[in-house]
Design a protein around this ligand. Sequence first.
Ligand code: ADP
Ligand code: MG
Length: 574
Amino acid sequence: MRTLDELLDTLEGLEGRSYKAYKDIRGRYDAGWFGLDVLYVQGDPFAAPSRVEIRLSNEEAGFPDWALSSPARLRALCDWIHRRLERAAPSGSRRLGTGKGGQLGISRASQKVLARTSVQWKDPGFAIRLSVGLPARGRRIMGRAAANLFAEQLPDLIEGGACFTEGDAEDLRRHVETVEDAAAMRDRLRDHGLIAFVADGAILPRRSGVDDRPMESAKAVPFAAPASLRAELERPNGPPVVGMGIREGVNLIVGGGFHGKSTLLEALQTGMHDHPPGDGREFVLTRDDAVKIRAEDGRAVTGTDISAFIRDLPDGTDTTAFTSKDASGSTSQAAAIAEALEAGSRLLLIDEDTSATNFMIRDARMQALIHRDGEPITPLIERIRALYAEAGVSVVLVMGGSGDFFDCADTVVGLRDYHVEDLTGEARRIAAEQPRTVAPEAPHPFYLPRKRGPDPRSIDPSKGRHDVKTRSRALRSIAFGMEEIELDAVEQLVETGQLNAIAAALVEARGYFEKHPQADLGMWVREVADRVAAEGPESLTSRAEGDFAEFRAMELAAALSRLRSLRVRPSFSE
Ligand code: ADP
Ligand code: MG
């Protein structure tokens, strides 16, 4: 293997040459205390920067054994290193010459602790993937500056960001213990019959709609559980944590406008992920199959069985395999539920703010005016009990606008000035005193949606002369071959790296369904998600990607279900 000094000599020799000559530096180098692999070299100074991998043994990095002693701790440690590198990178790099020259960087982490390809534990050390803007003046290589980048700035960044010093011990310990505690407590939710838990003292509101950091502490009202909903969860690294337990079944969150209902639900919808210390949601924990359900008019729906909610459309459309290029609010929301159940979820989170009214309720006056025969929609209110009773599907529903759901709820949580109270008894009393005058309308029992078998030919990542062409655009969409998969409304996607990884998984879908013609969509997404959970997002690519992050079966299903070219086999059955 070549040494780092040989790389530096090569770079100096490239001074003034044309940019393409940088391609010569691809390959592996031994830098003494770390290994360097130049994985990818950009074609010009404005292109996406080059990518390198650093191999650093823990003998050099020096992290203490306690930071490596469990899978949760290792995941937390890699996240901790990532965040430190991210903080150190901007100051450790200067722009040099044209374009992105001189910049050392790492992918961007959200407020979640995720397994990422940017920093991975590969026994006996770490694999760290960084981007490097190789410097040029115009299109002429700045070889001496590049040599300096590899000789000085890169080692400084590794030493400052990826090596342990005693001064880090307290901060690191808090990070790994918090993550390990949260993961252990989340694992215990099922044993307690809980679907979610919110610790006392948690800070739920965020700084803004585009800033996921906690609201300034002077303004934020910390969470406090009402006595009747108190629960306690044990954890490995400290005394049990006290907070509010949300039980299986139908849970209603009520309260006046602006009193914090959506904020609570939004905290719950990311509670399947761990959060770094200081986030405020460290111990806001949600069962890992929770899916946010919302209306999304205009989306594509393909062969989805929405007949539990919608049937007998005026044009005779078959709603057991409903297809639309431009779904309405109610059909998109019904499809979202069917797709969540198909992917394996048994926990739905729904907010009135993002729901279609006609999907949620139908009141007595409307029943009187529009007879049941003229309404294809069986609203959620008629289904929500059966969802739980017949399919074990729990719901957390934010509803400030209608008391009709009081009859359906096992628990009614009230929010007043951001304080939580248990209103279950009060809501029951009101429901008894003012019974609903609407006649029950569910015409048939609830059943799980029919499975879908995707047609492999309809999942095509090719574009022009490229066999595979995908690209994610922030958290908004994935360009997949000739298609654009819109993901704006898939709120539980939290990091661009997840979209990159999902795009790679989708590329495999075609081959999988060709090989397994009897497989259904739910089977495939669960298989992929299990592999990602066991082997990391790295397992989705052979290309040593630097910005892949783990995702769940549900988000993969959401992406494939929104692919406009998707077809499902009509005769498909299990
Ligand atoms: P709702 O859904 O009940 O109408 P929201 O959850 O949208 O209310 O909250 C309204 C506003 O109150 C938001 O700007 C949110 O940031 C803020 N907020 C929510 N919870 C808290 C809290 N615990 N402390 C301080 N501000 C909060
Ligand atoms: Mg709201």
